[in-house]
Design a protein around this ligand. Structure first.
Ligand code: GUN
Ligand code: ZN
Length: 432
């Protein structure tokens, strides 16, 4: 079993069951094997003694952080970032749906997916939870491109059969057939780091029959994740109640079709009632908090503290491209900090990092092997060259503690500073 070492300033949360602590140390090292697992993390001298034959990549004083986990995004919407002016429902009709129709063209799917993946990796995102469009071939292209890029991904073919342009609607009978093909493609084993998610776009875009099929599919195939949108915008909530009357809430609509499980990720959840947060907890479902998207579409301020007081802790951050305005996770964390602050909650640097790493790994049920730089965990990390010759470098040069280093990165970090990205011990992105 070949072993390798990377050296640098290792900065990570470590710990179990939500009780993590920040660990940051100059001249540290990570040893990992060719299966992509971390064997040991510790002082460089000690690790080199422990693994004397291992190849060593020394990143000097660059910071090595766990890869970020993006709990919700739409790669096909890359080109519509910054479509100004509208809130959710008209924004979907005017900008999103036309772009998703274009994604059915093989050349568009390939080019958009390849670009998205490149910038996703540059942003240090080593695991993404993504909506494709409703088009099967384009979804397969996205899965193949994710495999080629080497990233971990959970991908869903967006299911919708009503309340949208006819080019995007797929009837239930066709959807069943396409899901069989998707499962067959997965079983062929050519994209081992890609998992699949049952993905109703949102309740208004799905008929009862479609929701029934998708809920049954989730029950039948326990390996599948589930993902959808919930309670993002007041107009959307009203539409969901109008299209699906007779449920006690928007969240209960999904539950009544068996779509809330411990492997379901719901994007947004800004305006949930207490009964809805209770229901999510009982089902052990997770929320993807999408700060830049919520600000850009004027959807609302995600009430992280209120949900936490209600016991809803399974939350991670997400870019939600193309409503979100950036793939940069430093910017995403800054927006989450601002949104919390506007509601009298001051998030600690460690809490922000947790939302992007260990918290998101917990949301995916992967907390025992993803999101920390620690023995037994996957070798997924990013290397940050913080020597920008400017304000960030000035801050980090003065840092007295690992928390100071993290604070400086949270205030001033940018995806442009990413030097290298590794997934399962393979370097999948390198700055030029
Ligand atoms: N709700 C249903 N579809 C979408 C989408 O594509 N983006 C966002 N932000 N919300 C949605
Ligand atoms: Zn979304």
């Amino acid at each position: 079993m070949a072993k390798k070492i990377v050296c640098g300033y290792v900065l990570t949360l470590t710990g179990a069951n939500g009780a993590t602590a920040l660990m940051g140390q100059a001249d540290s090292a990570i040893a990992f094997d060719d299966q992509g697992k971390i064997l040991a993390v510790g002082p460089k001298t000690q690790i080199q003694k422990q693994f004397p034959a291992a190849d060593c990549q020394d990143y000097g004083d660059k910071v090595i952080l766990p890869g970020f986990i993006d709990l919700h995004s739409h790669p096909p919407q890359l080109d519509i970032i910054g479509s100004f002016g509208d809130q959710l429902l008209p924004w979907l009709e005017q900008h999103t749906y036309p772009k998703e129709i274009e994604f059915a063209q093989p050349a568009v799917a390939k080019k958009t997916a390849a670009r998205y993946l490149r910038w996703n990796l540059q942003a240090g995102i080593t695991c993404g939870v993504w909506f494709s469009t409703s088009n099967l071939a384009a979804t397969l292209t996205l899965c193949e491109q994710a495999a080629t890029a080497g990233v971990r991904a959970i991908i869903g073919k967006t299911s919708m059969d009503q309340h949208g342009p006819k080019e995007l609607l797929v009837e239930v009978s066709q959807e069943k057939d396409q899901w069989s093909k998707l499962l067959e493609a997965k079983q062929a084993g050519t994209w081992p780091k890609v998992e699949l998610a049952v993905t109703p776009r949102f309740a208004p875009a799905c008929s009862k029959e479609l929701l029934t099929f998708l809920g049954d599919l989730l029950k039948r195939e326990p390996a599948l994740y589930g993902q959808t949108h919930v309670s993002e915008n007041k107009g959307e909530i009203a539409l969901a109640a109008k299209v699906h009357p007779g449920h006690t809430s928007y969240t209960a609509t999904y539950d009544d079709y068996g779509l809330l499980t411990g492997k379901t990720i719901l994007a947004h959840g800004i305006h949930l009632t207490e009964a809805e947060t209770d229901l999510l907890q009982r089902r052990n479902a997770a929320i993807a908090h999408c700060p830049t998207s919520n600000l850009f579409l004027g959807s609302g301020l995600y009430p992280l503290a209120k949900h936490s007081a209600q016991g809803l802790e399974k939350v991670g951050l997400a870019t939600d491209i193309g409503a979100g305005t950036t793939l940069c996770f430093w910017e995403t964390m800054r927006a989450a900090y601002g949104i919390a602050h506007l509601q009298d909650q001051v998030l600690a640097p460690e809490e922000l990092l947790a939302l992007a790493t260990v918290g998101a790994a917990t949301a995916l049920g992967k907390e025992n092997f993803l999101g920390q730089l620690r023995e037994g965990f996957v070798a997924d990390w990013q290397v940050i060259n913080w020597r920008d010759g400017g304000v960030l470098e000035n801050q980090i040069d003065q840092a007295q503690s690992s928390e100071d280093v993290l604070k400086a990165l949270l205030a001033l970090g940018s995806y442009r500073l990413t030097d290298a990205v590794y997934v399962a011990g393979e370097r999948v992105w390198q700055a030029e």
